[in-house]
Design a binder for this molecule. Structure first.
Ligand SMILES: NC(=O)c1ccc[n+]([C@@H]2O[C@H](COP(=O)([O-])OP(=O)(O)OC[C@H]3O[C@@H](n4cnc5c(N)ncnc54)[C@H](OP(=O)(O)O)[C@@H]3O)[C@@H](O)[C@H]2O)c1
Length: 257
């Protein structure tokens, strides 16, 4: 007799997952894992070269569709193109975001609107566009990627955190609305994760030392440490969990959020 995890691993076979922003970082690692479990994965990004390279690396079960989610029509067209190539959408992972460091006193309205459009509005637009497919799909799970940054009120992130904290309220009410249809909606908030981009552009040796001091677990997290928690929230192992925000940060933040 198979245990609960072995059964859950099998349920991904032949199913379809849509990931926004799967050409890099956490989204790409999740795509790799879902494909290894037998999923077909559609993902988007703005940069066609990066997207095509990721699709090549992920193999034939991965399809890259170029879309800038800051644009509502491109976000809707992303899902329409998935629909043309696939009979179903079983899982949706709203993951794409940008995290520019912007000082509050000099932040412009254009910067604010752009961040909100990508980091929050696209979660709404893509979920709404994919809803009919998710309703008839087998996975019936939406996962929204947020951050612990807003819980800590880090600086200079007022605009980023205005966008990110909105995801939590959005996801909770969506969980309530879609629960009767059997669709679960959860959020996952990573701490600081050592992605290629974070290591290239932001993380210093001093940051690493301070992070390790602040975390319960004394090791730096990589995307591979976050992916299993994402798979958990998509799988039927978490069938009783909806409207929740799971923190994956090696124990830096320990508060109800
Ligand atoms: N890494 C961390 O430390 C960390 C911590 C907390 C939360 N998070 C959250 O985790 C998620 C993934 O972050 P990450 O670190 O993996 O990011 P990443 O490495 O920068 O990857 C972001 C992905 O999103 C795509 N993307 C960005 N803007 C887009 C747009 N306008 N339209 C379509 N695609 C877009 C990117 O492709 P293109 O550039 O080609 O568009 C890329 O595929 C985000 O929601 C982020 O806020 C990350």
């Amino acid at each position: 007799m198979k245990n609960v995890f072995a059964k859950a691993a099998e349920e991904f076979k032949g199913r379809v997952a849509v990931i926004t922003g799967g050409s890099d970082g956490l989204g790409k690692d999740l795509a790799r894992e879902l494909i290894s479990l037998g999923c077909r994965v559609f993902f988007c990004g703005r940069d066609p070269r990066k997207g095509a390279a990721a699709a090549r690396a992920l193999g034939k079960a991965a399809t890259f569709i170029q879309a800038d989610l800051a644009d509502v029509s491109q976000a809707q067209s992303f899902i329409a193109q998935v629909r043309q190539q696939s009979k179903s959408i079983d899982y949706l992972v709203n993951n794409a975001a940008i995290d520019p460091r912007i000082e509050f006193h000099s932040a412009t309205i254009a910067e604010f609107d752009r961040l909100l459009a990508i980091n929050l509005r696209s979660y709404f637009v893509v979920a709404q566009a994919a809803l009919p497919d998710l309703m008839s799909g087998k996975g019936k799970a939406i996962l929204n990627i947020c951050t612990t940054n807003y819980m800590l009120g880090l600086s200079p992130f007022t605009v980023y955190n205005a966008s990110k904290s909105g995801i939590v309220g959005f996801a909770r009410s969506l969980a309530r609305e879609l629960g009767p249809s059997g669709i679960r909606v959860n959020t996952l908030s990573p701490g600081w994760i050592m992605t290629t981009k974070q290591l290239r552009e932001h993380v210093t040796e001093k940051d690493k030392k301070e992070l390790l001091e602040a975390q319960c677990l004394k090791r730096l997290l990589t995307p591979a440490d976050v992916t299993p928690a994402m798979v958990f929230l998509l799988s039927s192992v978490s069938c009783g969990i909806t409207g929740q925000n799971l923190v994956v940060d090696a124990g830096k933040v320990m508060c109800g959020a």
